[in-house]
Ligand binder design. Structure first.
Ligand SMILES: [Zn+2]
Length: 310
């Protein structure tokens, strides 16, 4: 009785905050397995983690070794050099048993890429991952297809297995591992692409894809493509913020593929996705569907931008 009264006086939000604080701060693992890896309290959660805060210089890093409180020195493979002061370190174990460390640092930030005068329009698609208005086309990574097939195969097998059986567990682990691999390779591809785009261009124009997605995508590949497109836009957005670039999102109903990028004539026959190349009936210029679309997206973005600055 007393207890419930005590909790009643706390708004729910406050309780949640406390719980969150408990989870993220000051919790150091109390038990370790034979290899010296921390073991975690709830075994059921597929992703296990703990965070430790920097106090009195108790976290140090030299080359490929990091010193953590209670754990001591651990060897790890470093993805990039640490800049600034270390604030917090989180150790995670993924559902596939891989350990990763993320280090949060504080640093004074200055955008080190000089501004450019370049603008680029991007047409995202299924056939090519993207076609840029400068004529460059970026192919869909080949592993997409490979992984899709393997994933479908594993999932079909998984559906047949008896829940809780040994092979069910094994299958489950294989699927989790593949999902992780897809995520890592996809992120790697997208990081490299978005970083390059943001470094090279001051204005980046993309289509707001939410509506287009729903209409065009009925394939098996839906999941991977959807995830890639939204991750791509996310990455562009935050990287643009870092470097002071402008992202312009063009309305999904803007007929980017139907307009002639030369004379502006709207050619409705291009609506069908099967039309890859077409000739403008008004000015006679021959267009590649995706390149023409990206040119229109760039044009439209610059028009929107000029309206903003007036
Ligand atoms: Zn034309």
């Amino acid at each position: 009785m007393k207890d419930s009264k005590k909790y009643k006086n706390h708004p729910k939000k406050e309780l949640k905050k406390r719980a969150a604080k408990k989870c993220t701060e000051g919790y150091t693992p109390t038990a370790y397995d034979l290899k010296g890896h921390p073991t975690f309290k709830s075994k059921k959660n597929p992703v296990q983690s703990y965070t430790t805060k920097m106090t009195n210089n108790n976290i140090k890093m030299i080359d490929h070794h990091i010193q953590l409180p209670k754990l001591g020195w651990i060897r790890f493979s470093k993805s990039r050099n640490i800049e600034g002061d270390i604030k917090r370190v989180t150790v995670r174990r993924s559902s596939t048993g891989r350990y990763s460390i993320s280090v949060i640092c504080e640093m004074s930030y200055s955008p080190y890429k000089p501004s450019t005068n370049d603008a680029v329009g991007i047409d995202l698609g299924l056939k090519e991952f993207a076609v840029l208005s400068n004529g460059e086309s970026i192919a869909n990574p080949k592993y997409y297809q490979k992984y899709e097939k393997r994933l479908a195969f594993l999932q079909r097998a998984f559906a047949r297995k008896k829940e809780g059986s040994k092979s069910w567990e094994k299958n489950k682990a294989q699927i989790a591992k593949l999902h992780e691999k897809i995520k890592h390779t996809r992120d790697d591809f997208l990081h490299k692409l978005t970083t390059r785009l943001v470094h090279e261009n001051q204005v980046i124009a993309v289509e707001n894809l939410s509506v287009k997605n729903l209409v065009q995508n009925k394939k098996l590949s839906k999941g991977i493509h959807d995830a890639s497109w939204s991750r791509f836009n996310e990455m562009l957005a935050y990287k643009a913020k870092w470097y002071g670039r402008t992202i312009i999102k063009v309305d999904p109903f803007f007929p980017s593929s139907q307009l002639c990028s030369g004379c502006g004539h709207q050619h409705k026959d291009v609506k069908s996705l099967a039309v890859r190349v077409w000739e403008c009936p008004s000015c006679g210029v021959c267009h590649d569907r995706d390149l023409n679309a990206s040119l229109n997206i760039k044009k439209e973005a610059l028009r929107l931008l000029s309206l903003q600055s007036i």
